[in-house]
Design a protein around this ligand. Structure first.
Ligand code: DAH
Length: 334
């Protein structure tokens, strides 16, 4: 009997988890266990001896049971302690900073320009980036072989379909849909085969169109001068004669150079002025193409959003808008 106790004591020392303990329990206390063997041996003994032997086996049995229960407790406490240690949260560590996103500077600029024109009563309309040659050129008074087509290096999809080179085709789309008067701006992406530090093959424009009765060049001048002052602050504005096939007369608008305040610098090529948009009175051929009645006329304008954003925020490389470097973009989260 003594050797079984010893065997048990040796074995329990090696036990490391509940599963092993269960097996040990079966080995000693189970139906075919070591103690059952002992009870069987009892049958061969004399009565007196039997009593003594039985008492000893029961003592051993209690001892084994108690030791196993103690071991069980020890193991589960060890597991609990270990998991508490592993899951401990170090509250002395600094917390992670919450990062806030920022509106992209191009979107921000569009939103600012939209706000200004909405305050003057303009609607906002949208055109299509994949456009018909018919709307992008033909109906804007730019027939095939017209030299003005060379001004814009076009991505063609097929002979009749292209990536729009400007937002001007939205003029045609809206006028085909709506009776005059119309008064809207239209922001969006445009595409040209052009790429350097001031040109990107995809960039953004805002188109503007106002058609009503009795519209004069002075209306155009008033609206655009006011817009430029609202966007850039109190800067000089000048109108210069220019040429666009879809307007007559046409003009380009300059503002006093924001960088050198008109002194003359590299950015304004020492002229003291920066060109910021194209405009003009809508060409009668364009109004005829959309079947607008003779008594209606109006003005149109177009501007490059990247250029507006670069001037307003002092950005010197157009590529910064499209690289999605968060260190650059974060600066616009105000
Ligand atoms: N579509 C012209 C361009 O992309 C810009 C423009 C000039 C639009 C004069 C107009 C306009 O509506 O009247 O260069």
């Amino acid at each position: 009997m003594h050797y079984i106790k010893k065997e048990f004591e040796e074995a329990i020392k090696e036990i490391a988890n509940q599963e092993e303990l269960k097996q040990l329990k079966a080995k000693f206390l189970g139906k075919k266990g070591r103690l059952t063997e002992l009870f069987k041996q009892m049958a061969n003994l004399e009565n007196e001896q039997k009593k003594e032997f039985g008492k000893n086996i029961n003592k051993l049995k209690s001892y084994i049971e108690e030791t196993i229960i103690a071991k069980q407790k020890e193991i589960s406490e060890f597991i609990k302690k270990k998991s508490l240690e592993e899951e401990a949260i170090d509250i002395t560590l600094p917390s992670r900073r919450k990062e806030f996103g920022a509106v992209h500077p191009i979107t921000k600029t569009i939103m600012e320009i939209e706000d200004i024109f909405r305050s003057m009563g303009f609607d906002v309309e949208f055109g299509y980036e994949i456009e018909y040659d018919l709307y992008n050129f033909e109906m804007l008074n730019i027939p095939k072989e017209h030299p003005a087509r060379d001004m814009q290096d076009t991505f063609y999809i097929n002979d009749n379909v292209l990536l729009r080179t400007h937002t001007s085709p939205t003029q045609i789309r809206v006028m085909k849909e709506k009776k005059p008067p119309v008064m809207f701006i239209s922001p969006g992406k445009v595409y040209r085969r052009d790429s350097d530090i001031t040109h990107s093959p995809m960039f953004h424009q805002i188109e503007g169109l106002l058609i009503d009765k009795d519209i004069h060049f002075s209306d155009l001048k008033g609206v655009l001068s006011e817009f430029l002052r609202m966007f850039f602050g109190d800067v000089p504005v000048r109108f210069r004669p220019s040429y666009f096939p879809f307007t007559e007369p046409s003009a380009e608008v300059d503002i006093g150079c924001i960088i050198c305040k008109g002194e003359g610098c590299r950015v304004c090529s020492h002229t003291g002025f920066l060109e910021v948009l194209g405009c003009g009175m809508v060409h009668p051929n364009v109004l005829r193409n959309v079947n607008y009645p003779e008594e209606y006329n109006g003005f149109a304008f177009g501007l490059g959003i990247e250029r507006f954003a670069m001037l307003k925020y002092g950005i010197d490389n157009i590529k910064l808008f499209f690289e999605n470097d968060t260190r650059f973009l974060k600066q616009f989260s105000f």
